[in-house]
Design a protein around this ligand. Structure first.
Ligand code: FAD
Ligand code: SF4
Length: 509
């Protein structure tokens, strides 16, 4: 009897360059499945569910075209048992499978589940590396062993040296590791914002199936003109468009927010990378070639971009594996408020939140500063339970997979880890939002006021946050100054009263 191997491919493992696919073998069958266990663990944006399924279908078709044997279980197949375990058991029986293999899952939940399933199958089984990441899962645990907090900057510098990216004779190109001072400008209209490249994919069939199967989703979609890339060739086209149009200004405007554009100079490549249709090193390599080729691209632009992928992306993954599973329970401030209703509708008079949530519902996308300093900032100031915040971010974004969503949300944005990732909470009053965006211009609220019916809610909530969490924050050397300012303020009581009223009526702001 020849050895018959079944290889499982998860929805975020769509990497046709993986060694698995280098040769065809009639005794190897690949299996992909659309299952309710994956659509239902949180409520997802309809575009996210559609994007993963359509990309999986395209990937299965591509493998078949390359000569591989593929089993694809659709969401509405009558035989679909809607869980990995049951579908695998059935397939193994029906196909006479003798060996089972899978690629390292990137989520803790699936990592545990697949190992448990493999143990129970009573077959020889093997795990392979996804060949996607540039570091091992334990890279952060090793580098920061025994330290109280991690430090992205030292991780990033190590990565630059190790991979010899933007280095010259052992020194950073341009003489600096970091160009943040030159970067991070508000959008000033000096250069036009590129029109985002979108794809007019027809995903009507998939959306009908998702809806008729009763999967609970939210958000908007135009199924006949689905904008996100669904395969590697579209992902490469998105990369090319980014390099041509947006990389030359990426660093300068990476923290800017404007009502004039939902994507500004961002790449929107996170979904393509997180599904592994693109490899992070091929994205970094392409940016380096573009920078070397075009004089008008300064080092500050390309460094800003490289830092996100070589630095933040790998760093967050390492943090995730170091902190899980306890990470999911962390709630440093003991926050317990519910997420305001307008996070699901965009129906609020606060112009910044309306813009950030509105475009998230429209496109399943917001760029980093919108996620961190608008929606994340407000949730933290409002004292929302980190579980609710995590659930929202995991559901709403096209690129949301837990290994990168959780460290960004629960760690960086909500400080629920007590400062392992960030040295102080990412909170701000209206001052920061006003300085980095045009949102305040047409807002119902006044960005300079702290109390009164029209005062911007961020202002009172910001100061009240410090007052409320004094016992946890006063000893933080990066925050001490804020307490000295607060202690000198004459309007403390009015601010606290305003904040109390706001927190009681979050849903109607
Ligand atoms: P660009 O601005 O063009 O950046 C290029 C690439 O760098 C991104 O595609 C991404 O792969 C990487 N990158 C940038 N910032 C980060 C970061 N902080 N962590 C990890 N990688 C980064 N990113 C996700 O991929 N999935 C998520 O679920 C996710 N959730 C987030 C939740 C919160 C609260 C915050 C503050 C950030 C989150 N991020 C997440 C990180 C970041 O916001 C997105 O990666 C980015 O906005 C994706 O858009 P882009 O591809 O246009 O990024
Ligand atoms: Fe947001 Fe306040 Fe500015 Fe309105 S005034 S846009 S609520 S920061």
């Amino acid at each position: 009897m020849p050895k018959k191997t079944l290889r499982l491919i998860l929805g975020d493992q769509l990497d046709e360059q993986h060694a698995w696919f280098r040769h065809t073998d009639p005794n190897v069958t690949y299996i992909l499945m659309e299952v309710r266990q994956e659509t239902d663990y949180v409520k997802h944006h309809i575009q996210k569910v559609a994007a993963f399924f359509v990309a999986m279908r395209a990937f299965a078709a591509r493998l078949q075209k390359l000569g591989h044997r593929v089993i694809y279980i659709h969401l509405d197949d009558p035989e679909n048992r809607q869980s990995f375990e049951e579908n695998l058991e059935l397939t193994i029986r029906n196909e006479g499978v003798s060996h089972f293999e899978f690629l390292n899952p990137d989520e803790y939940r699936l990592d545990r589940q697949l190992k448990d399933i493999a143990e129970r199958l009573a077959l020889p089984w093997k795990i392979r590396d996804t060949e996607h990441f540039l570091t091992d899962r334990d890279a952060i645990a090793i580098q920061f062993a025994g330290k109280k907090r991690y430090l992205m900057e030292s991780f990033y510098r190590r990565m630059r040296k190790e991979f010899d990216i933007l280095m010259e004779h052992g020194k950073p190109v341009g003489g600096k590791w970091n160009y943040d001072v030159k970067n991070r400008k508000p959008y000033d209209g000096k250069v036009p914002i590129p029109e985002p490249l979108i794809f007019n994919n027809n995903v009507t069939d998939i959306v009908e199936t998702i809806e008729s199967s009763g999967v609970r989703t939210f958000g908007k979609i135009r199924p006949e003109r689905f904008i996100w890339p669904i395969d590697r060739s579209q992902s490469l086209a998105l990369l090319k468009a980014f390099l041509k149009d947006a990389l030359p200004r990426f660093g300068t405007y990476q923290d800017a927010m404007t009502t004039q554009s939902w994507a500004l100079f961002h790449s929107r490549l996170s979904y393509s990378m997180n599904t592994k249709m693109l490899h992070p090193m091929e994205v970094i390599g392409a940016a380096m070639i573009e920078w070397e080729r075009r004089e008008e691209i300064s080092v500050q632009q390309v460094e800003g971009f490289v830092r996100q992928i070589l630095g933040w992306r790998e760093y967050m993954r390492g943090v995730y594996w170091d902190l899980m599973p306890d990470f999911s329970e962390m709630n440093f401030f003991n926050h317990d408020a519910a997420l305001p209703d307008f996070y699901w509708t965009g129906d609020t008079r606060m112009a910044c939140l309306k813009a950030a949530i509105g475009q998230s519902l429209e496109h399943a996308y917001a760029h980093h500063i919108q996620r961190l300093m608008v929606t994340g900032n407000f949730a933290l100031l409002a004292g929302v339970h980190p579980d609710a915040v995590d659930e929202w971010y995991l559901g709403i974004y096209i690129d949301a997979v837990e290994w990168v969503e959780k460290p960004n949300t629960r760690g960086m944005s909500q400080f629920a880890d007590g400062g392992r990732i960030a040295t102080k909470p990412y909170i701000s009053s209206a001052r920061y939002i006003h300085s980095m965006s045009d949102y305040c211009r047409d807002c119902h609220y006044r960005h300079k006021e702290k109390f009164g019916d029209h005062a911007c809610p961020f202002n009172a909530l910001y100061w009240e946050f410090f007052a409320r969490h004094r016992d946890r924050l006063a000893s933080n050397p990066r925050i001490g100054m804020m307490y000295r300012t607060w202690d000198r303020m004459k309007e403390k009581e009015r601010i606290l009263n305003r904040a109390g009223a706001l927190r009681q009526h979050l849903n109607s702001l």
